[in-house]
Design a protein around this ligand. Structure first.
Ligand code: MN
Length: 312
């Protein structure tokens, strides 16, 4: 796999790195970690990281720009993105070759080369494994971006997909000088408006049979706390880590959607939920999925499906 990857990229003068829309720490970490690594390894190549800056965490650099003309004849490397609809910047289609690097369950093998490890807990893990086999060291800056993806997608190394391989990758990155404590703070420290919003979620959520927690949140509610739709829908883990709770969910009114429907984030302690999420315009990982375009009736139906799953 590594051999194919390097054989392909070595043929191109321009490498364009893409991520998914609404990028998380793994999408951004893999994109910028790979960008720095490639710039060190191939100083003569042009390497660009693309994607909308508006919804990206400001802890990461802003995206590069590149003309359509320059993308023609380039190699696209698409990170952490299961299906083509979610690729941020559809101009990947202009590129000559497409390489997919991912860890999501395979729904579309859209790459000319697909480096996908479904059992890996992050794309940064797939990437670190690839890169640590090539050179003994990398820069602290590249390692720090990759570590961010490992840390965030694994929820601080706490979910079932964390393996000996995850820890080996983390150990190798740590040996490159990553400041583990500073990155933990940077990725997980909350601001006061989020702290107040999470307290509100905990005070107003609904608990079904002491097994499922959910909250339906309206636009005026999150705006009252100074949060955007994107920031609000991210707070599902305010309900995480509670003994006895199997599934938790946050449904957030999407002001950008025709008809103002709800997007939802679903999380599960151990029961598979992505098959159910697939039926509600969503999908994702076994224990962490998203759903969208839901009416209140859809939400009721989805909640009863989840309760049935818990009982199975
Ligand atoms: Mn990921």
């Amino acid at each position: 796999m590594a051999k194919d990857f390097f054989e392909i990229i070595e043929q191109y003068d321009t490498l364009a790195l893409f991520r998914h829309v609404f990028p998380d720490g793994d999408a951004l970490g893999s994109q910028f970690g790979l960008k720095l690594w490639l710039e060190e390894a191939y100083p003569d190549k042009r390497i660009v990281a693309l994607g909308d800056n508006e919804n990206a965490d400001s802890a990461f650099p802003i995206s590069d720009t590149i003309s359509d003309e320059a993308l023609k004849g380039a190699c696209a490397i698409i990170l952490d993105t299961a299906n083509v609809d979610r690729i941020d910047d559809q101009r990947y289609k202009l590129c000559d070759t497409v390489i997919k690097i991912d860890h999501h369950p395979v729904v579309e093998s859209y790459g000319d080369l697909n480096l996908v490890e479904e059992q890996a807990c992050s794309t940064c893990e797939v990437l670190t494994k690839l890169l640590m086999g090539v050179k003994d060291t990398c820069s602290k800056a590249a390692a720090s971006y990759l570590y961010c993806g490992l840390l965030t997608d694994s929820q601080k190394f706490s979910i079932p997909s964390v393996s000996a391989q995850t820890m080996a990758c983390a150990a190798w990155l740590s040996a490159q000088g990553v400041d583990i404590s500073a990155l933990n703070h940077q990725m997980f420290a909350t601001d006061l408006k989020s702290f107040r919003f999470e307290a509100y979620l905990k005070n107003t959520c609904t608990i079904i049979d002491d097994q499922l927690i959910y909250k339906i949140i309206e636009q005026e509610e999150y705006e009252r706390f100074g949060l955007s739709f994107i920031e609000a829908k991210d707070k599902v883990n305010a309900f995480a880590g509670i003994s006895g709770i199997e599934v938790w969910a946050l449904f957030t009114r999407n002001p950008n959607e025709e008809g103002h429907l709800y997007n939802g984030s679903l999380r599960s302690y151990r029961k598979t939920i992505n098959d159910i999420a697939n039926e509600y315009h969503g999908g994702g990982h076994k224990l962490a999925s998203g759903v969208k375009k839901l009416t209140r009736l859809d939400i009721d139906e989805l909640l009863s499906r989840l309760m049935k799953r818990i009982a199975e």
